[in-house]
Structure formats: C-alpha cells, structure tokens
Design a protein around this ligand. Sequence first.
Ligand SMILES: [Zn+2]
Ligand SMILES: [Zn+2]
Length: 121
Amino acid sequence: MAQARQSQYQKAEDGKPSRVTSFVCRNCGKKVPIDAPGTQNRNHCPFCLYSRHVDIGIGDRKSNCRGMMKPVGVYRKKDGELMIVHQCQSCGYVSKNRVAGDDNDELLKELEKKGVGDLLF
Ligand SMILES: [Zn+2]
Ligand SMILES: [Zn+2]
C-alpha cells in the first residue's frame, strides 16, 4: 500500500487546498506565512531565522527529530548566493538553507560577521 500513499502525497503537493499557508515560529512565537519571496519552500522564520529539524533531504519532512535549528552562521556560495547555516539544538545536525527575500537583514549581517567557514567546511 506504500505505493498508493505515495501518489496521494504527490497530488497534495500540487498546491491544492490541503496545503498549510502559515506556521507559528517555535522560537519567537510570530506567525510566519509559508510563501516567501525568492524561495519555493520556506523552512525558517524570517524574524529570528530559527528553523526546525524536520527534513533529511531538502523539503522531504522525513526527520523525526523536530529539534530547533539555530542559525549559527551564513555561507556564501561561489555564485554569490547567501545560505543560512542551521544547527539542530537536539542532535547537532547541520544544514544550509537559502535566504528568503524577507529574512531579517540585521541578523543576517551579524551572522556573516561571525563566519562559519572554519567550523563547517
Ligand atoms: Zn522566529
Ligand atoms: Zn535534530
């Protein structure tokens, strides 16, 4: 039956009404719209930049950890795109995420000052 479930899931991904449109940030408590400028799939809070550990691969929601992912720094890719580096406060998992157009600039600048290149790469 796993197969049938899979195809249902893919139908729901086509932007039909079952889709959630916002979430409440577990760190700062603000309501966050899912749709974000410059990214398909918002995975962190634009106010405090915290995320949650729900993915194993990008956007797959397959992790059972659900720990808070703290923004520990930013990383600039070779093409100039800025990525936020998150570290899970429960299991230590580290991931990189695209910055959304409405992310908190002040926080991003602070993180860029810290630099995480040595720490992670
Ligand atoms: Zn937040
Ligand atoms: Zn985790």
